[in-house]
Design a protein around this ligand. Structure first.
Ligand SMILES: *[C@@H]1O[C@H](CO)[C@@H](O)[C@H](O)[C@H]1NC(C)=O
Ligand SMILES: *[C@@H]1O[C@H](CO)[C@@H](O)[C@H](O)[C@H]1NC(C)=O
Ligand SMILES: *[C@@H]1O[C@H](CO)[C@@H](O)[C@H](O)[C@H]1NC(C)=O
Ligand SMILES: *[C@@H]1O[C@H](CO)[C@@H](O)[C@H](O)[C@H]1NC(C)=O
Ligand SMILES: *[C@@H]1O[C@H](CO)[C@@H](O)[C@H](O)[C@H]1NC(C)=O
Length: 430
């Protein structure tokens, strides 16, 4: 366990560095965070990183326009007052199918839902002819990229501010109950369609099953769910850092309770700069970063870590600590349940001593499930169990590739050939 402890320390140092970067954000007040704030790089350092690696500071708008894709920004209000930013790529690259008139029935809308601590940008990082969002747009789909409450694009609320504790009182249960239905309704109204495709990675699927099981009338609005590495049954993750975090989640939660809010991992320029120093191809720690990442999500090709820093810098975004906390609970129990609030609060909230399981038999929308044997977070064993419970699974495909980890479903340099060609073929049948 010597190396496992070293891994935990390294993880703690990394989290500390990130919290340090967060300390310059106004939402953080003195405390643990400002102690770690000593680690934050000076402005001059951030400027130097900007000069050395400008691609790390290019945002979604700039990235898409440099490749010739259009981008729209929409605001969607949830029932509980959050204002979400939803990005839209209404058609493909100029020159491809862009100028062709939309089919009479309209371009079929597809909602892309990112996973934990992530954002809309994740779906385009793989670039033209590879990234899922761009392949779909070039194939004639109307592509919508959601940003869940609390990430850096969706931090507004009608009555609450980001520094209010109340703003961060949500786990993936609330995201699934309120964000997903609001975004589906918005897209169907805007496109005048009756159904959409829902393509999601990891937690994006968790949200889908929350929404479809507790608000089953939404199943009728789904043409097909494409589930990339659905995070539902997580009790057999081989990831050592994940297991350590799960085993110590009570302590971590107690630590987070001392923060002014539950916000974790805000995306700041300092966080991006730290990322560069730890993980870029030129960094001294590069291989260590790749190795740590391999322990968390599954093997990274140490011969080619070109993409690693970009993916970490651009795709990660803030969330509430209650989101991983809820995952830690279901990882320990091996059951897909609502949040465990403790015996007496469970009695008050659910009328039972333990939290209820989500009624997955009500998820009647067709689902195509993809999983990878190299994924350390979501295993084929877990998704096989899921596919026996969901009533309408149309396929369960295991990707077998030497270096293909949990993140690779979206950003692997050959994700088109390994996953998306099959996905596009499947979607064409619905
Ligand atoms: C990206 O940056 C540009 C220029 O600063 C800004 O106008 C644009 O709104 C940003 N895009 C997003 C998606 O934040
Ligand atoms: C245009 O869209 C069709 C399907 O709608 C696709 O088969 C074709 O490859 C697309 N053309 C280009 C240049 O992307
Ligand atoms: C539906 O879309 C139309 C325009 O496309 C818009 O005017 C209207 O406000 C939308 N309705 C809702 C409930 O979002
Ligand atoms: C990395 O590259 C070297 C030399 O190009 C090769 O010998 C080695 O097998 C590669 N390692 C992996 C894990 O692919
Ligand atoms: C390394 O990966 C990048 C993208 O991640 C890819 O463009 C490049 O071709 C790869 N290099 C090699 C030698 O495989």
């Amino acid at each position: 366990m010597q190396w496992a402890r070293a891994a935990l320390l390294w993880l703690a140092a990394w989290a500390g560095a990130w919290a340090g970067a967060a300390a310059q954000e106004p939402a953080f007040v003195p405390g643990v965070a400002s102690l770690l704030g000593a680690l934050r790089p000076a402005k001059a350092v951030v400027r130097a990183v900007r000069a050395a690696a400008p691609e790390l500071f290019v945002n979604l708008t700039q990235r898409l326009s440099s490749w010739g894709y259009p981008l729209e920004t929409h605001t969607v209000r949830t029932e509980d007052g959050y204002l979400l930013t939803v990005h839209r790529i209404p058609h493909g690259r100029a020159g491809a199918n862009a100028s062709a008139p939309a089919p009479a029935a309209g371009r079929p809308p597809v909602l892309l839902q990112h996973g934990i601590i992530s954002c809309s940008e994740y779906w385009v990082l793989g670039g033209p002819d590879n990234a899922p969002a761009l392949l779909l747009a070039d194939q004639g789909y109307d592509v919508w990229l959601n940003n869940v409450r609390g990430n850096h694009y969706s931090r507004k609320h009608e009555n609450l501010r980001r520094k209010d504790k109340e703003f961060w009182m949500f786990s993936w249960h609330e995201i699934g109950m309120y964000d997903i239905p609001a975004v589906i309704d918005y897209i169907l109204n805007a496109t005048q369609q009756e159904k959409l495709f829902y393509l999601s990675h990891s937690m994006g699927n968790t949200l889908f099953y929350v929404a479809m099981s507790l608000r089953p009338e939404y199943n009728a609005k789904i043409r097909l769910q494409v589930a990339l590495a659905p995070a539902v049954y997580l009790n057999d993750t081989p990831s050592v850092p994940a297991r350590l975090a799960i085993a110590n989640s009570e302590y971590i939660k107690n630590l987070v309770e001392t923060f002014p809010t539950y916000e974790i991992l805000p995306k700041t320029e300092s966080a991006i700069a730290l990322n560069y120093f730890l993980c870029s191809d030129k960094a001294f720690f590069n291989k260590l970063c790749a190795l740590l990442f391999s322990w968390i999500v599954g093997a990274v090709d140490l011969n080619n870590t070109t993409n690693l820093c970009l993916v970490l810098a651009r795709s990660t975004s803030s969330t509430s600590a209650l989101v991983p906390w809820h995952f830690a609970q279901i990882s320990r129990s091996g059951e897909f349940t609502q949040m465990d609030l403790g015996r007496s609060r469970n009695m008050r909230s659910y009328g039972a001593p333990s939290p209820p399981a989500y009624p997955l038999h009500r998820v009647t929308a067709p689902a195509a499930i993809y999983v990878a044997d190299g994924d350390f977070i979501v295993t084929a064993k877990g998704t096989e169990r899921l596919s026996k419970i969901l009533p309408n699974v149309v396929l369960h495909k295991v990707i077998r590739e030497k270096f293909f980890n949990h993140m690779d479903f979206v950003t692997h340099p050959r994700v088109k050939e390994l996953v998306m060609d099959h996905v596009l073929e499947t979607m064409a049948r619905f």
